[in-house]
Design a protein around this ligand. Sequence first.
Ligand code: NAD
Length: 361
Amino acid sequence: MNKKIAVIKGDGIGPEIVTEAMKVLDRVAEVYGHSFEYEQLLMGGASIDVNGVPLTDETIERCKASDAVLMGSIGGDTNTSPWYKLPPEKRPEAGLLGIRKALGLFANLRPSVLYPQLSGACPLKEEISSKGFDMLIMRELTGGLYFGARKTEEIDGVMTAIDTLTYNENEIRRIAVKAFDVAMKRRRKVTSVDKANVLDSSRLWRKVVNEVAKDYPEVTLEHMLVDNSAMQLVKDPAQFDVMVTENMFGDILSDEASMITGSIGMLASASMNETKFGLYEPSGGSAPDIAGQNKANPIATILSAAMMLRFSFDMNAEADAVEAAVKQVLDNGIRTGDIMSEGMTLVSCSGMGDAIAAAIK
Ligand code: NAD
């Protein structure tokens, strides 16, 4: 298969970690007989330096003309970088919001995996962490409270702020479909999170999710209230496969789920539109403190590339091979600085990329 991949290396550690993900993709292409064509594009600080703006129409058009986008990270040191003297709409992060909007990326997928080899980094009790877990939070990204009408005004002499939480059935249906589609490629369980005991938007959410579930008889569906979900995540994360939820609940729960793995350099993510098109990037930022030192952990970006293989290209065996290679390298005791522990072998960012690429057989 031949696929066109738009590559936005970005700022800080972005170029280092994306280079390693491309190394792994090239190895996949070699082993499985594919060809991946890369087009390098500018966004964020790197684009400001060249074009004066964090995102150009050209970058958007080239991304749209590709099969998927692989991204590093955007932004610099917010205290010292000249990019942060610009008005907010011209800063690096504005490019991130702009591209998500331009590409219609409404579904945010964040896997949260605790590898048994790294269970020492998990802040949960050993009896919970020793079981490991492998879940994915599917967060609605373009609706709800963060996008509803808002105002602050004086009502009867009292300052009052109003935010509105709106979802229509179409917005709920498309994210639910995405969640069930992804569950079909995993352990076939969906937990839909809402606050249906209080909110109208949640009652509609639950009704539409139930309707969508009828098209997926192989998938087990459960509904869980958001407060209970926050508790269950720290009590028994292994019970979850795919968790689907609206924008604000997803914002909070996905951070909780990522923290219980304990390692930011391991967390992949994807944002998708209604088709198989997606933008794949690590959950962490540009880590200016270690940029340019060949020290960053490229695994989150490599696992994001594996998500691209699975969800945008339907290359399941290839994605499995990348994930297995990551586990194998961890089993062999190879570690970057952020996940280093006693008795393990410390490698650089490129050393980790080499080891994972070599483990793909
Ligand atoms: P950060 O995620 O960049 O860094 C937090 C800490 O985690 C740092 O100590 C860093 O060294 C470490 N870290 C992050 N990724 C790592 C990796 N792959 N390997 C090893 N260590 C890693 O968060 P921050 O410092 O708050 O933000 C720095 C910049 O990144 C800011 O400009 C911020 O706006 C931007 N940012 C961008 C994105 C994105 O591109 N999607 C996301 C978050 C933050």
